[in-house]
Design a protein around this ligand. Structure first.
Ligand code: NDP
Length: 240
């Protein structure tokens, strides 16, 4: 039986590319999404990959959603915490709701999904958790104290959970993408985007598939000795 992977936010953008890459690798993939039913339906029709709607920021919904996936596809071996949102604004203009919602979904989602699946992976002696962080969690970004804090938190979460999973065959790694040509980046004003691209040594935005290939490596058997690590895929924009 093939291994089962859940990709949160897996029906569009970077998540869609990840779902496809993991399916190509031979895993049974469940693509989670938040509310864009139309896009999810089109994705499932096009790819044959089943999509499941729940809010990763809702703890109970994650427990129930993961249980449903396990019932349909089998025990969950791989989780890719990709779902994420932005609610940008300088601190003076950022509401508590903007702060809280980004923390709840981007960082809380990782905790909720790990709570729902990590125990089973540990018991079965094999598991892969890959968390999608961000260059802005590593370097900070003007107007994004909420997003930068949540993404930075993901990098800490990854290293801490990696230590808990290591001796049970469960690896936990992160990817820190730079600017990738998805809907999220399409929302950035053109003039701002031009300035961002000018700072990318490779001279262009990244593609979702370039992130997906990194995720696929972390999920492979070949990566069994790689844990607690963060792979930056950012065209050289931020190096450390
Ligand atoms: P998109 O906005 O294109 O897609 C976001 C996906 O996440 C959608 O599938 C959406 O579902 C889902 N989602 C949002 N909120 C929730 C929720 N509460 N529960 C479940 N699913 C949810 O994002 P990208 O593909 O651009 O980004 C993917 C990840 O990569 C994010 O974590 C982002 O922060 C990170 N990233 C992106 C970068 C970029 O340049 N694009 C750079 C660095 C990091 P639905 O379709 O239903 O709305």
């Amino acid at each position: 039986m093939s291994r089962v992977a859940i990709v949160t936010g897996g029906t569009r953008g970077i998540g869609e590319a990840i779902s496809l890459a993991l399916e190509e690798q031979g895993f049974s993939v469940a693509a989670n999404y938040a509310g864009n039913d139309e896009k999810a339906r089109a994705f499932t029709e096009k790819t044959g990959i089943q999509s499941f709607r729940w809010d990763v920021g809702d703890h109970q919904a994650c427990l129930e959603g993961c249980a449903m996936v396990a019932e349909i596809l089998g025990p969950v071996d791989i989780v890719v915490n990709n779902a994420g949102i932005t609610r940008d604004g300088v601190l003076a203009k950022m509401s508590f709701d903007d702060w809280n919602e980004v923390m709840r979904i981007n960082l809380g989602g990782c905790f909720n999904m790990a709570k729902a699946t990590f125990g089973g992976m540990r018991e079965r002696g094999w598991g892969r958790i890959v968390n999608i962080g961000s260059i802005n969690g590593q370097a900070g970004q003007y107007g994004q104290v909420n997003y930068a804090a949540a993404k930075s938190g993901i990098h800490g979460f990854t290293k801490a959970l990696a230590q808990e999973g290591a001796k049970y065959g469960v690896t936990v790694n992160a990817i820190a993408p730079g600017y990738i040509d998805t809907d999220m980046v399409a929302a950035v004003p053109a003039a701002v985007l031009e300035k961002i691209v000018a700072k990318i040594p490779v001279g262009r935005l990244g593609h979702a598939e370039e992130i997906a290939r990194g995720v696929a490596f972390f999920c492979s058997d070949d990566a069994g000795f790689v844990t607690g690590s963060t792979l930056s895929i950012n065209g050289g924009q931020h190096m450390y």
